[in-house]
Ligand binder design. Structure first.
Ligand code: AMP
Length: 193
């Protein structure tokens, strides 16, 4: 199996690159943000609880996203690999993911960490807010809160995977195709390991 984490702050291009990567490598895309937005659209109790936090730019509780990932892994037994996008976002989520994958006899091959300057992130998210329909994209204070959550709680997740020598940094600025090619180079190296 090939299991990858696409990592980076909000607005670093994870969603855009994920779509291209899953098409090329036939991986199952698991985005906790997308899973949560689908719960919100279905107006489930979980969705309602998550929405109030997401609208403030705060993370939802670990147990909620770990539970969603656990059932997504179980309901995709035939997948040839997974691309995790927006997950794990805390060290507790990273540890839980390792355990879930271990139960399936597999593990994370690589974390691809996309690096983008803060001003570029804010510009991209403000622009995305004009068309995305995402309530957390159309308010600059919420955008900045999401970036702050990333620095406070999520950036350390890269340190967790660095201990296992699994992190590669990718410059997330440039053309979409340029960045995609850099990601592909690293994925092909990871697949050979
Ligand atoms: P995203 O689509 O990845 O930008 O996520 C949108 C929002 O969903 C985040 O700002 C969080 O409120 C919530 N969220 C998504 N993934 C996670 C996660 N792994 N842990 C906690 N909250 C998450």
């Amino acid at each position: 199996m090939l299991n990858l984490i696409l990592f980076g702050p909000p607005g670093s291009g994870k969603g855009t690159q994920s779509e291209k990567l899953i098409a090329k490598y036939g991986l199952k895309h698991l985005s906790t943000g997308d899973l949560l937005r689908s719960q919100i659209a279905q107006k489930t109790p979980l969705g309602l609880e998550a929405k109030s936090l997401m609208d403030k730019g705060q993370l939802v509780p670990d147990a909620v996203v770990i539970g969603m990932i656990s059932s997504a892994l179980e309901s995709n037994p035939q997948a040839k690999g997974f691309l995790f996008d927006g997950f794990p976002r805390t060290p507790a989520q990273a540890e839980a993911l390792d355990k879930l994958l271990e139960l399936k006899g597999t593990s994370i091959n690589k974390m691809l960490a996309m690096e983008v300057s803060e001003e570029e992130l804010v510009n991209r998210l403000v622009k995305r807010g004009q068309t995305s329909g995402r309530s957390d994209d159309n308010n600059e204070a919420v955008i900045r809160a999401r970036i702050a959550e990333y620095h406070d709680k999520t950036a350390v997740v890269a340190d967790y995977y660095k201990k296992f020598d699994k992190v590669v940094n990718i410059k997330g600025e440039g053309s979409i195709d340029q960045i995609f090619n850099e990601l592909c180079k690293e994925i092909e190296l990871a697949a050979q390991d």
